[in-house]
Write a protein that binds this ligand. Sequence first.
Ligand code: SF4
Length: 440
Amino acid sequence: MARRYHVTTFGCQMNEHDSERMRGMLESLGYSEAAERSEADLILFNTCSIRESADQRFIAHLGEAKRLKAERPDRVVGVGGCWAQSVKDEVFERFPFVDVAFGPGQVGRLAEFLTQDSLSAQGYFEFEDVTGHLPMKRGREFQAWVQISQGCNCRCSYCIVPSTRGREISRGALELVDEVRSLAADGVREITLLGQNVNSYGRDLPREARTSFAELLRSLDGVRGIERIRYTSPHPKDMRSDVIAAHAECASVCEHIHLPLQSGSTRILKAMRRTYGRERYLDRVAQIRELLPDCALTTDVIVGFPGETEEDFAQTLTVVDEVGYDGAFTFVFSPRRGTEAATLGDQVPHAVKKERMARLVELVQARAKERAQRFVGRNVEVLVEGSSRHDASRLRGRSRHNKMVNFEGTAAAGEIIEVEVESASSMTLVGQERLLSRVG
Ligand code: SF4
C-alpha cells in the first residue's frame, strides 16, 4: 500500500503554495494524502516564524507528532518552512524525534531524503531554489498561487523573512507564462502572483531575460482563460507608474492593490527601515487614485513599534483616515528574536499597544464601511467560490476589488457572474445574482 503523508501548513500564502508543491512532489513519488495526521506514515509541517507566538502554536502541534512517532517509530517526522530555517542549528538537538528539517528553499531535497536507504536525521538549509519548479497539487480548483520570486533583499528591522527565505530569486518570465497557460488549460480562472516583494520582480534575472513586474503583468494578461490576476505582497518603494498603468490597461489585472503602510510616522518608518517616508507613501496613493479612482486599497499597519509616541500614532491614524482603505491587516508589534527591532529599547507597554490597536481598528472599519457603500446599487463581477460560510442558503465569491460577496443565486463554483449589491459592511457585500449575467 502507498505510504501516506499529512501536511500541516502555518502562515502566509507563500507557505500555502509551498505546501501544494510538497503534496505534488510526494504524490509524484507515489505517496497518497492521509486525512488525519494519526493515519500518516510521513508527518510534515510547513512552518511560519513571523512572530514568536507562531512558534509557540507550532510547537504544540509538534508535541502530537512526537507522541505518534513514539507509537510507531517507523513514522517519519519532517519540519519545513521559516521556523525550521530560523532554528536550523538546534532543531535536532531540541527535537530529537524529528527526522528531516528543511528551509523554504529546500523543499525539493525532501524527495532526496525520502528516497535514500537509511533515513537518519538530515537538515537542508541552503537558499538554493524556488519551490515553483516542483510538481503541484492545488487545493483550489479555479484559483491558483503562482510563485514569481522567493526571498527578499529588504532589511525591515522587525522582519525575520530575509534570514529565513534568503535574497530575491525571480523565476523566468517565459517559464511563468508557460505555467499560467497550463493552469488555464486546467480550468483555473484566477491567479495570485506570490513573492515577498512581488514588485521588485525580475531585477536579479540575467540582462538578456530581464523582465519588470509591469511587463510580467502584461504578458500574463494575454493568457487565454485567465480572467483575473492578483498579486501579494508589494512594497510601496517599488509601486511605480508602470505597475499602476498595467492595472489601468490590462483587463485581467484586478482593481485591488495591497500597499503596506506599517506606520504613518516618517520617524518610525525610518526606525523600521522601510525606505519610504509618509509623503512618498501618500504620493503613491495619489498616483493610484488618479489613474484608478475606483481601485480598492488595503494595507498592513503595525501598532506599538519601539519608541512609538502618541504623536507618531496620531500620524498613523491621520494617514488611515486620509487614504480611506477598503481594509487593513493590523498587528500589535511583538519583538521577534533574530531581528534588529527586538534589540531596540523603549518598548511600548502592552496596555498602551492594546489601547492604540482598538482605536486603529475602529477607524479602519469605519472608513472601510464608508468606502464599501460605493458598491451598493452596482453590479459587481464575482468569481463564485461555493456556499456562504455563514448561511448555507446563500453563495459566496470574491469581487475584482477582493471583497467577499454573499448572495442569493444558483451559479456554480468557478463561474464568473454579476451580483447586484444591496448592502455593504466593512468586510462583505450582500446581494442578488443577476440572472443571464454569466461572464465567460
Ligand atoms: S519587505 Fe520587509 S517586511 Fe516584507 S518580507 Fe521583506 S523584509 Fe520582511
